[in-house]
Ligand binder design. Structure first.
Ligand SMILES: Nc1ncnc2c1ncn2[C@@H]1O[C@H](COP(=O)(O)OP(=O)(O)OP(=O)(O)O)[C@@H](O)[C@H]1O
Ligand SMILES: [Mg+2]
Length: 270
C-alpha cells in the first residue's frame, strides 16, 4: 500500500533504536528524572549506545541534570535535529528549544506534536536504548508515546513506603490504559526514615521484575543539580553501583524476553 505523505508509520520511527524504555511513576517527585538519567548513564557505562529523551514538556529537568543548560541543538543539512551529547549519551529536551513561560500554555495536542518531532525529526541514529523521562500526572505524554512509537515497555519508579503499592497501581493503570507494557519497578529514596521494601512488594503484587533499590543520598541530589550525575562523577560509589545493578537487571529482563520468544513484555491487568 502506498504510504500517505506526511504520515510516518509507528514502526518506521526510530528505525535504529532497539529498545525504547519509558520511566514513569504513579505520582510526582519520586525521582523519575534522577532514575532515568542515572540508569541511562549506567547502561552507557555498561557499553550500550544510549539516548535520553525528556518527555516532560512543562518541567524539563534533563538539561540541568546533564549540565546542558542554555545549549541549543544544531540542524543537519537535510533539516534533521542533531541531539546534544553529554557524558557519552545523546539527549533531547524541550528545555533546549523553548523557555518555561512558553511551555505552560501548551495543551495535549501540542505535546503530541512536540513528541512527534522529537521522535521523527531528531537524528537518534543507532541506539541500544532510548530512555524516556516521563512527566508526572495526566497521561498525555504516555498516550502520545504509545501512539507514536512501539515502546518496549515502562519502568515504574516508586518509594519505599506502604503507599508505594497504591502509587504503582496508579502507574500500572495509566500504562495499561495506553497499552504500554510494564517491565519492572525501581524503589528510590530508601532510607532509615522511609525504610525499604514497598517497591519489592509492589513488583511482586504486579508480577513484574524488581529491578533494584536506590538509597536516599544527598550526593544524588547534589550531583543531579551540578550537571554531572553520580554514575559519572563517582561510578564506584555504593549508590552508583545500585543504579548500575538496576540497569543490568533491566537489560537482563529484556534479553530474557527476547530469547523466550515473547515479542513484548506483558500488559498487566490493572
Ligand atoms: N535517591 C535520592 N536521594 C536523594 N535525592 C534524590 C534521590 N532521588 C531523587 N532525589 C532528588 O529529589 C528531587 C526530585 O527528583 P526528580 O526530579 O528526579 O523526581 P521526578 O519524579 O522526576 O519529579 P517530577 O515528578 O517533578 O518530574 C530532586 O531534587 C532529586 O535530586
Ligand atoms: Mg521529572
Amino acid at each position: 500500500m502506498a504510504a500517505v505523505v506526511g504520515v510516518v508509520d509507528k514502526a518506521e520511527r526510530l528505525p535504529g533504536v532497539k529498545n525504547v524504555i519509558a520511566v514513569g511513576s504513579g505520582k510526582g517527585g519520586v525521582g523519575k528524572s534522577t532514575v532515568a538519567v542515572n540508569m541511562a548513564l549506567a547502561l552507557s557505562h555498561e557499553g550500550a549506545k544510549v539516548g535520553l529523551l525528556d518527555a516532560d514538556i512543562y518541567g524539563p529537568s534533563i538539561p540541568i541534570m546533564l549540565g546542558l543548560q542554555g545549549q541549543k541543538p544544531k540542524f543537519s543539512q537535510d533539516g534533521k535535529v542533531i541531539p546534544l551529547e553529554a557524558h557519552g549519551i545523546k539527549t533531547m529536551s524541550i528545555g533546549f528549544i523553548a523557555d518555561e513561560t512558553q511551555a505552560v500554555i501548551w495543551r495535549g495536542p501540542m505535546i503530541h506534536k512536540i513528541l512527534d518531532e522529537f521522535l521523527s525529526r531528531v537524528e537518534w541514529g543507532a541506539l541500544d536504548y532510548l530512555v524516556v523521562d516521563l512527566p508526572p500526572g495526566t497521561g498525555d505524554a504516555q498516550l502520545s508515546l504509545s501512539q507514536l512509537i512501539p515502546l518496549t515497555g515502562a519502568v515504574v519508579v516508586t518509594t519505599p513506603q506502604e503507599v508505594a503499592l497504591a502509587d504503582v497501581k496508579r502507574a500500572v493503570e495509566m500504562f495499561k490504559k495506553v497499552q504500554i507494557p510494564l517491565i519492572g519497578v525501581v524503589e528510590n529514596m530508601r532510607s532509615e526514615i522511609f525504610g525499604s521494601g514497598g517497591g519489592e512488594k509492589a513488583a511482586s503484587q504486579w508480577q513484574v521484575a524488581f529491578l533494584g533499590g536506590v538509597s536516599l543520598e544527598a550526593n544524588i541530589r547534589k550531583s543531579g543539580d551540578s550537571g554531572i550525575p553520580i554514575v559519572v562523577s563517582d561510578p564506584r560509589s555504593n549508590v552508583s553501583q545500585m543504579f548500575i545493578q538496576a540497569a543490568r537487571n533491566l537489560s537482563g529482563v529484556l534479553s530474557q524476553q527476547n530469547t523466550s520468544g515473547s515479542e513484548q513484555p506483558k500488559i498487566l491487568k490493572a
